[in-house]
Design a protein around this ligand. Structure first.
Ligand code: S3P
Length: 451
């Protein structure tokens, strides 16, 4: 196996611990939305703290192709000139969305209510992911799609302007599907409503309000109901993007499982629809303090102070899944070091993320000597009770950034280091991951010699 892009994290010596204070890059979900809403506002919006990972850059490039002016003014500082809802232009080339499901699905919503035809492509991972969940409501709003077999990318979307407003109940909890419908609804004639039997991340709702859209959020019989009135006029904004709790998951888990560690991660977004991992780690016995709570960009933020702690295995309540859906790979790593068994069910959706995260993690953990049992909709992990896992394996990341970072984190609690076969996908969400882990005291080892 060629290991030119391998990644192996380790501690500099036996008994070394993580220490220091770091800031994680901007939230990926919020960064995508900030660019898109700014692209629909009339005039210049300014964004600071934008995540400059490949996924968000794919959204920026797509918006440029749709006629918005998007420029980088400095580190994480961007300016976007939008032309208004309904004014996106016919792109002259295919929109390549790389590895980014959020770019693909939310931009399908944007395109669906504009008078244009767009071709959308992506990498091998994105081209395997299901798109019918978002095409179905957008078809009901008047858009037409020509997808590849299985309802996948590459696909062609033809929008209808203005779109037909719908009332749509989500069949599965998905903030991407909710957001695609609401984005299309901005250029529909009337009230577009999404019913969410299970609440998902609410960044779209928070930010649409900030941009001045007519948005209503209510509840009936336990179902969350979000409505937007179109055609909407959005006013340009200045937005500060908080740190990404999904990226903070890796140093937080690392500091929890490496004895003697004590770190601070500053400016982490802790929206209650996103902070499930931290709540579950606390249930398992982790020492996490949310210091200095404040509001940034309309989102709750705090500094996370994390100290090493012994963890106990638990049955993770399945209803918390939407609030930590991207953090299960990191939780699996914590569970591998806990005492007793951790049971995680109701997470079949993980099988259609950037990779099949249940089987990819089961394979990686298994290769590192962790006792795992794969379920159809989850994973059962037998923890070591705090002893290092055996390690000493080369594991596959399968084009999945969160798998690569999770297994790199596990390497810090392994008898012998764990090598990730290809760490390049990390740049999609966390370009400075390696440097941040080194700032906390980790070292990067050369790949093991082949043969
Ligand atoms: C996201 C929603 C989630 C999440 C993804 C980002 C978003 O996906 O897994 O990484 O920004 O709306 P689903 O909407 O498919 O649950």
């Amino acid at each position: 196996m060629p290991l030119d892009h391998a990644l192996t994290l380790a501690l500099p010596s036996r008994g070394a611990a993580l220490s220091g204070s770091v800031a994680v890059p901007g939230d990926k979900s919020i960064s995508h939305r900030a660019l898109m809403f700014a692209g629909l506002a009339v005039g210049e919006s300014r964004i600071s703290g934008l995540l400059e990972g490949e996924d968000v850059l794919a959204t920026a490039a797509a918006l440029r192709a749709l006629g918005c002016e998007v420029t980088r003014a400095g580190d994480g500082c961007w300016r976007v000139w939008g032309m208004g809802v309904g004014s996106l232009l016919q792109p002259q080339s295919a929109l390549d969305l790389g590895n980014s499901g959020t770019s693909a699905r939310l931009l399908m919503g944007l395109a669906a209510s504009h008078p244009l035809v767009a071709v959308m492509t992506g990498d091998a991972s994105l081209s395997r992911r299901p798109m019918e969940r978002v095409m179905a409501p957008l078809r009901a709003m008047g858009a037409a799609f020509l997808p590849s077999p299985g309802g996948r990318l590459p696909l062609v979307v033809r929008g209808l302007a203005p779109a037909v407003p719908v009332r749509w109940r989500l069949a599965l909890p998905s903030a991407q599907v909710k957001s695609a419908i609401l984005l299309a609804g901005l250029n529909a004639d009337g009230l577009t409503t999404v019913e969410e039997p299970v609440a998902t991340r609410d960044h779209t709702e928070r930010m649409l309000r900030q941009f001045g859209a007519g948005l209503d959020v209510g509840e009936a019989d336990g179902v969350r109901i979000v409505s937007v009135r179109g055609p909407a006029t959005l006013a340009p904004q200045t937005i500060d993007v908080p740190g990404d709790p999904s990226s903070a998951a890796f140093p937080a888990v690392a500091a929890t499982i490496v004895p003697g560690s004590r770190i601070t991660i500053t400016g982490v977004g802790l929206n209650p629809t996103r902070d499930g991992l931290y709540r579950v780690l606390e249930m398992m016995g982790a020492r996490i303090v949310r210091a200095n709570p404040r509001t940034v960009g309309g989102e709750p933020v705090a500094d996370l102070e994390v100290g090493a702690a012994p963890l106990r295995g638990i049955e993770v309540p399945p209803e918390i899944a939407p609030a930590m859906i991207d953090e299960y790979p990191a939780l699996f790593v914590a569970a591998a070091l806990a005492s007793g068994t951790t049971v995680m069910r109701g997470i079949g959706e993980l099988r259609v993320k950037e990779s099949d995260r249940i089987s990819t993690m089961a394979a990686g953990l298994g290769a590192a000597g962790v006792r795992v049992e794969e379920l159809e909709d989850g994973l059962v992990i037998e923890g070591t009770g705090g002893d290092p896992v055996p390690g000493g394996a080369v594991v596959a990341a399968r084009l999945d950034h969160r798998i690569a970072m999770s297994l790199a984190t596990l390497s810090l609690a392994a008898e012998r280091p764990i090598t990730i076969d290809d760490g390049r996908a990390i740049a999609t969400s966390f370009p400075g991951f390696r440097a941040l882990m080194e700032a906390l005291g980790c070292v990067t080892l050369p790949p093991p010699s082949e043969g």
